[in-house]
Design a protein around this ligand. Structure first.
Ligand SMILES: Cc1ncc(COP(=O)(O)O)c(C=O)c1O
Length: 364
């Protein structure tokens, strides 16, 4: 099956074969070597040249675990978080903050609208108790790229802490973590890194990790300083998904061999190809081109075609697309181009899409 959903993604045979490496115990030196390799490769890939300024904390759990760990670990006593919410994943961070009663009223925007940095500046000035600002880099619910640089500048200038959820961004979109002095960036193995789901990570500025050690422990399982302390010793606090880590390590080898910039270019090229063909078929994108990411395109469903029919007819031919979420659920569909996809996979999908459009649309 060719997966055109935003994770889990198709992986290479090389990554899949890594699952078959020998069974090991996570309290043995073999696991310590695997873990340190993953952590070093993450730094090499995403903060090249600044590996000594950042640390990578690896967790067993999906992307949400990494995001929740980052948010909960970053809050000193009496301080609050402000979440920029312009899609499903911004809303999720907002709920995380809400569940733990750590927020001020969110910075909420219509889906598909990018935050205005100056309005954020005003909001932050009105809320001196806000310590952390959290935002999604690539809002997967629509495929919107948020203005990380502009927001980082405002957050930095007011001495607040910026946390970025780049679960669906890293390795698909450029993100200058070092240049923007980002405090924490959450990511996952199972999207543009082309590993399996089940392992996630947070890239953290080392100085901030030191500060977080004095912050209250707000989650027993997801407290980053706890992971950091153990991982620095080659261990991990809880039983890790060892086989998923093997595959993660191999996916990182592939990423470094390909080069992060080349991976991003490959994604960009694939989405441009999809968009050209979809435009020729008369499909209307949800977002203007300048906001679109390299790996997701969302389209309005054409008149006379339901998502279920479109999805099912494509699946019969070996292709999985993705529905809209939340308020856009019945209106749009999404095509992701993450994972080990070839040009032929995409060609095949586009041909199948055209066939479905010609045969399944109900004309009024
Ligand atoms: C931007 C973003 N954040 C967080 C998540 C949550 O990741 P997971 O489903 O792996 O928990 C996703 C998943 O698609 C995402 O796209």
């Amino acid at each position: 099956m060719i997966l055109l959903n935003p994770g889990p993604v198709n992986v290479s045979e090389r990554v899949r074969k890594a699952l078959h490496r020998p069974d090991i115990c996570h309290r043995e030196p073999e696991f310590a070597a695997l873990l340190q390799g993953i952590r070093q490769k993450l730094l090499k890939a995403f903060v090249p040249g600044a590996e000594s300024e950042y640390t990578a904390v690896v967790l067993t759990g999906s992307g949400t675990a990494a995001v929740e760990a980052a948010v909960l670990s970053s809050m000193p006593v009496g301080k609050r978080a402000l979440v920029i919410n312009n899609g499903v994943y911004g809303e999720r961070i907002s709920s995380i903050v809400g569940v733990h009663r750590l927020g001020v009223s969110e910075f909420k925007l219509d889906w598909g609208t990018r935050p205005d940095p100056e309005k954020l500046r005003l909001a932050l000035r009105q809320h001196p108790e806000v310590h952390v600002v959290a935002m999604v880099h690539h809002e997967t619910s629509t495929g919107l790229i948020n203005p990380v640089k502009e927001i980082a500048e405002v957050v930095d200038s007011l001495n607040r802490v910026f946390i970025v959820d780049s679960v669906s961004g890293l390795a698909g979109e450029a993100l200058d973590i070092t240049g923007l002095h980002l405090y924490m960036v959450a990511g996952t193995a199972g999207k543009c890194i082309q590993g399996f789901p089940g392992a996630s990570f947070v890239l953290v500025r080392k100085g901030f990790m030191e500060r977080m050690k004095s912050y209250p422990k707000r989650s027993w399982y997801l407290h980053l300083p706890h992971y950091y302390e153990d991982e620095e010793k080659g261990s991990i606090p809880f039983t890790p998904a060892v086989q998923v880590y093997y595959a993660f390590d191999e996916a990182l080898n592939e990423l470094l061999e390909e080069g992060v910039a080349n991976r991003i270019q490959r994604c960009k090229k694939a989405s441009a190809f999809i968009r050209r063909r979809m435009s020729a078929l008369g499909l209307k994108p949800v977002l203007p081109p300048e906001f679109q990411s390299n790996t997701i395109t969302s389209y309005y469903l054409p008149p006379g075609l339901t998502y279920q029919t479109l999805h099912d007819r494509l699946k019969e031919q070996g292709y999985v697309i993705y529905a809209g979420q939340g308020q856009l659920e019945s209106k749009i569909f999404r095509i992701a181009n993450m994972g080990a996809l070839t040009d032929q996979d995409i060609e095949g999908f586009l041909a199948a899409f055209q066939r479905v459009l010609e045969t399944a649309t109900v004309r009024p």
